[in-house]
Design a protein around this ligand. Structure first.
Ligand code: DAH
Length: 343
């Protein structure tokens, strides 16, 4: 091979290697191999010395050009691997633009604003509330006596510190605490809904988490009846599932309501015929509700016998699971991007 061919070959070899570079470290490595003091180019340069005298000017010029071209090729390759744009490179405006993904709302946030909007359209105020509560607001005022099992250390997260006038500090176990805080502050008529986080000291499984969200609603005025309760909840569920939903009440017990109910709705998946979502029963258990207990009105200082009201509480996750067909509550806070990207 003539010396000229050897220079050509060197260039080709270098270009072939540069095409597969992945990072700056390998670039540095390849550069030393070719352009380093003891590199391949330097070796070839040495051979120039032994060339015939009359060929030296020609060969010298060729060698310098090869060196320039190699240096350029390495510089270009470095910009490629470091991602720095080569300002002089041609810009092809016909190429499709780079797509980048943008973030979006978490499904729970979407669910939360939809529920809030539905209640606003029914003339409710949407209020926020405290998550760190005292025992009086979380339990006592809601007619849950200190002997009630829900207060047990098994269920409730107590926060360290001395008990105050209103008992120990607890992470609220439900949003019902806000019934008390709102009623303490306002006189009826009241229509309010609270959406927020609640905490329970329980083991995690597909339908339980130690922190989750509840939607609490309540209406207090003169002459509020169970019919108002049924209508409101039916309207809310019809809004969420965007079709007319049938509901039914079953008697149940919660200390802060009398009478108390559990509300089911006809399964929106199978229209009540029976499927895996409703466990073949045609009905889905949705929430607890009832007529506000006189002891609750007493606790907030309302005059006896003046007002009636209804209240309800439900899990926001449960609602979102029904709405989007999610089978495990742990997905919501699991942080798996593949789950979140589906919404
Ligand atoms: N606070 C109850 C719970 O955490 C839910 C509930 C039931 C809320 C009945 C209410 C109600 O307002 O009337 O399970």
């Amino acid at each position: 091979m003539t010396l000229k061919d050897q220079f050509e070959q060197l260039k080709k070899d270098a270009e072939a290697e540069l095409a597969f570079l992945k990072d700056e470290k390998t670039w540095e490595h390849v550069r030393t191999e070719y352009l380093g003091r003891k590199g391949k180019l330097a070796d070839l340069m040495k051979e120039l010395k032994s060339a015939a005298e009359q060929e030296k000017p020609f060969l010298g010029e060729m060698a310098n050009r090869a060196k320039r071209e190699l240096t350029d090729a390495f510089e270009k390759a470095r910009r490629n691997v470091t991602g720095k744009r080569n300002e002089h490179a041609a810009f092809d405006v016909t190429l499709p633009g780079a797509t980048f993904s943008t973030g979006h709302e978490h499904p729970l946030t979407t669910m939360q604003s939809e529920v809030a909007d539905i209640f606003r359209s029914l003339n409710f105020s949407v209020v926020e509330g405290v998550e760190l509560e005292d025992e009086w607001h979380n339990f006592e005022a809601l007619n849950i006596p200190s002997t009630h099992p829900a207060r047990d250390i098994q269920d409730t997260f107590f926060v360290k510190g001395d008990a105050g006038e209103k008992g120990r500090r607890v992470m609220r176990t439900h949003t019902s605490n806000m019934q008390i805080r709102v009623m303490e502050t306002y006189t009826p008529p009241i229509r309010a809904v609270v959406i927020g986080r609640v905490f329970r000291n329980e083991a995690t499984d597909a339908s339980h988490q130690h922190s989750f969200h509840q939607v609490e609603g309540f209406v207090v005025d003169e002459h509020i009846s169970i019919a108002n309760l049924v209508h409101t909840l039916q309207a809310m569920l019809s809004g969420v599932f965007q079709k007319q939903v049938t509901v039914r009440l079953r008697p149940s017990y919660f200390p802060f309501v009398e009478p108390g109910f559990e509300l089911d709705f006809a399964c929106v998946n199978c229209n009540g015929r029976g499927c895996s979502v409703c466990k073949r029963s045609g009905w889905v258990e949705m929430l607890g509700c009832g007529m506000i207990h006189p002891n609750v009105f007493k606790a907030v200082g309302y005059p006896r016998g003046t007002y009636t009201g209804f209240a309800f509480g439900m899990g926001l996750e449960r609602l979102a699971m029904m709405r989007y067909g999610i089978d495990d509550i742990r997905h919501f806070l699991g942080g798996d991007i593949r789950f979140l990207q589906q919404f």
